[in-house]
Design a protein. Structure first.
Length: 294
């Protein structure tokens, strides 16, 4: 019985990578679903799957976030993980899909939930923007703010794993990218530019480029609707599997769930410092020869 992955909007549920990748449950906002219906829906998910791992962006409405915590408290369940993602919406959607892929592997629910923190470090999420004047989720200098008032300006911004910002057209460089094989997902907003496909993709030596619909929350996250959002990610489930499997598993000292890394995905309790583990080095250099999906 695989752990079910849940998201807070339908546009965070990307098409599956193969016929085995399950879909995600989509939780409704308080505006469209009364509390008793939300309780019933979550109860059904728990009965059907045993554990529910909810991934939601930091830009989600406070009302929906409060609703999810209220549902978990009222059900008195320790089988619901609520994972807040600081990635931009498209990057969060990629994370949701990767957890969907891992949910049917031979990992426990605790490992799947805690793997979200590990996988976030391997998702290069950013956007091309026409302005950074309202961008408050990535460090922006006063000089960049001033430049954004110049008509026709465009900026390339990387939100994670290492925040970066460059002005397109006035620099010979590009954003620092991954040093391992990735595919690039692109979602176009109201900005006309081919910089992502024409400049960024070749510079990052991506293995493929795919298009997706722009998530509804992207304009609010980036501070403008004139953007092209992108996310580079590990596409191969065998590499994802080996990456997660390479980290030592321990039991949470608080809730006894199995976990990897430094924090439990279910109760959020940090691992005692001497036990903190980092992922094994060299995993991504071993390529697609890693163990396939169980």
């Amino acid at each position: 019985m695989p752990t079910v992955i849940a998201a807070t909007s339908v546009d965070l549920v990307l098409p599956p990578t193969d016929q085995q990748t399950p879909t995600a449950a989509v939780l409704q906002s308080p505006d469209t679903q009364p509390l008793d219906a939300a309780l019933t829906e979550m109860h059904v998910l728990l009965e059907q799957h045993g554990y529910v791992v909810v991934v939601y962006p930091s830009s989600v409405s406070p009302a929906l976030e409060q609703r999810m915590f209220a549902v978990r408290a009222m059900l008195e369940s320790d089988r619901i993980a609520l994972l807040r993602s600081d990635l931009p919406p498209l990057g969060t959607a990629v994370l949701v899909r990767q957890l969907r892929q891992l949910s049917i592997c031979d990992f426990s629910a605790g490992v799947v939930a805690s793997a979200s923190r590990l996988l976030t470090h391997y998702i290069y999420a950013g956007a091309v923007l026409n302005s950074v004047t309202k961008l408050d989720r990535v460090p922006v200098s006063l000089k960049s703010h001033a430049k954004s008032w110049v008509p026709g300006s465009q900026f390339a911004v990387l939100a994670g794993p290492n925040p970066q910002l460059i002005k397109i057209g006035q620099t010979a460089g590009v954003l620092g990218g991954p040093e391992f094989g990735t595919q690039l997902l692109v979602a176009k907003g109201q900005l006309q530019t081919d910089w992502v496909s024409g400049t960024l993709a070749p510079a990052w030596q991506v293995q493929g480029l795919q298009e997706a619909a722009l998530p509804s929350d992207s304009a609010r996250w980036w501070g403008t609707g004139k953007l092209v959002e992108f996310a580079a990610f590990l596409p191969d489930i065998s590499v994802l599997y080996q990456l997660v499997a390479s980290v030592r598993r321990v039991k949470c000292h608080w809730c006894s769930m199995e976990l990897i890394g430094d924090r439990c995905g279910f109760c959020s309790s940090p691992l005692p410092q001497p036990e903190n583990q980092t992922h094994a080095t060299g995993v991504l250099n071993q390529g697609a020869s890693a163990s396939s999906r169980p």
